[in-house]
Design a protein around this ligand. Structure first.
Ligand code: NAD
Length: 380
């Protein structure tokens, strides 16, 4: 080692020692934070309060971002770091909360319990101390016995079968049992439940699939049917499992879902189908691609990796949905004219009108999609 190197190592050692000390401090601060969070969990558990508190998290991030600016730390970096810390803390909390039952010992029958969503909820209820019974296709000869004295009947069967199954199961339930369903549409199933069952009724729509490991931050739409107070324990239980509850009328839910699910899935299906018709070499396009194309193709590929029957159910669910999708196709053929006339000014005019209509959302869209694209670049 020459003299220059020796001086360098002598000078850098105390600096590295200081960094190591700071890292240990960060670690012990994280451990202290974790202990403090455990006290919060204990309190939340005692009061059956939900894990996720969106306003509290957003306030915290907002405050930390402005503190970061003052301290000369990149606010995006600090936000990234804190999102990881907060997610970790929520997952820990959720795991502890998952075990807590609002009404442990109560009996839950899951109709369609052998299916994917039915299985997920059977596991969640069991882990929280409920007595779970399942009723699937082969079990109807024992249905009376399975439904005896249940506190909740959760219907998790294909959409088109829901009204008939609701009608068949309702007479077997105690009058005060809660009847709820997981169907992706809400108007018809909720009306069917209210017609068939005279007790408390609640429509649910989980905006997540059966593969989600936990309910952390997952959206659950709740549509009150009858006697909301008697259904409250179920809503609280979902909150304890980490779900974010969005309350809506069945009509509003179905209208919003026409856009959020039916239109989006159908447009994605059309895009994927067009690539297929053209025998496009996907791998080759990816080699040339911008991250945004990779992201979009990922969304298309994701759709085709899932169950066709489930998406057919969602897209073809109601007359209103099919009507909307036909209108969508009509709107595409209007653009055909633009192409045939090589009408660039017309395109620009329409583009600007839409951009104007998107308004402030465009800024949010840029921010959020840039975040996702950066993550994608980081990983792939
Ligand atoms: P699935 O096909 O996995 O499960 C349906 C279950 O219903 C099966 O076990 C089937 O045997 C059972 N079943 C069918 N006919 C029956 C009958 N006559 N009596 C008793 N059981 C019967 O479907 P899934 O994906 O679990 O969906 C169930 C419900 O959840 C649907 O209403 C769907 O809209 C809703 N949902 C699904 C998802 C998802 O991503 N899978 C998301 C949100 C909501």
């Amino acid at each position: 080692m020459d003299k220059d190197n020796t001086i360098f190592f002598e000078q850098i050692r105390p600096m590295r020692d200081e960094i190591d000390r700071i890292d240990s401090e960060i670690l012990s601060l994280l451990a202290r934070r974790q202990k403090q969070v455990e006290q919060v969990v204990a309190l939340k558990k005692a009061h059956s309060m939900p894990v996720y508190h969106p306003a509290r998290e957003e306030d915290l991030i907002y405050r930390l971002r402005s503190q970061a600016k003052t301290a000369g730390v990149d606010p995006d970096f600090l936000e990234d770091l804190y999102r990881v810390v907060l997610r970790q803390s929520r997952i820990k909390q959720t795991r502890k909360m998952e075990l807590k039952g609002i009404r442990p010992g109560a009996s839950v029958v899951i109709v369609g319990g052998a299916g994917q969503m039915g299985g997920l909820f059977a596991r969640l209820f069991s882990r929280s101390g409920y007595q779970v019974r399942t009723l699937d296709r082969e079990d109807w000869d024992r249905a009376g016995e399975i439904c005896r004295d249940v506190d909740l009947a959760l219907i998790s069967v294909p959409i088109e079968k829901t009204p008939d199954i609701v009608a068949a199961i309702a007479p077997l339930l105690p009058a005060d049992a809660v009847m709820a369903d997981l169907t992706s549409i809400k108007k018809e199933p909720l009306a069917a439940m209210c017609r068939a069952h005279k007790g408390p009724v609640m429509g649910l729509h989980p905006l997540f699939g059966p593969t989600s490991g936990s309910l952390d931050k997952q959206i659950m739409v709740t549509c009150p049917g009858r006697d909301e107070t008697a259904c409250q324990w179920l809503v609280e239980q979902l909150g304890l499992w980490g779900a974010v509850i969005v309350r809506a009328s069945a009509e509003e839910h179905d209208q919003v879902m026409e856009i959020v699910q039916a239109l989006r899935h159908f447009a994605t299906f059309c895009f994927g189908d067009f690539l297929y018709q053209r025998h496009i070499r996907l791998e080759r396009t990816l080699e040339f691609s911008s991250p945004i194309y990779r992201l979009e193709l990922g969304m298309v590929g994701r759709l085709f990796a899932q169950d066709s029957a489930l998406y057919a159910e969602i897209i073809f669910a109601t007359e209103e949905r099919r009507k909307l999708l036909k209108e969508y196709i009509d709107s595409l053929s209007r653009h055909l004219e633009m192409l045939e006339k090589n009408d660039k000014p017309g395109f620009i005019n329409q583009f600007n009108q839409v951009a104007n209509w998107f308004g402030p959302f465009s800024e949010q869209a840029m921010r959020e999609s840039t975040f996702i694209i950066n993550k994608l670049i980081e990983r792939f």
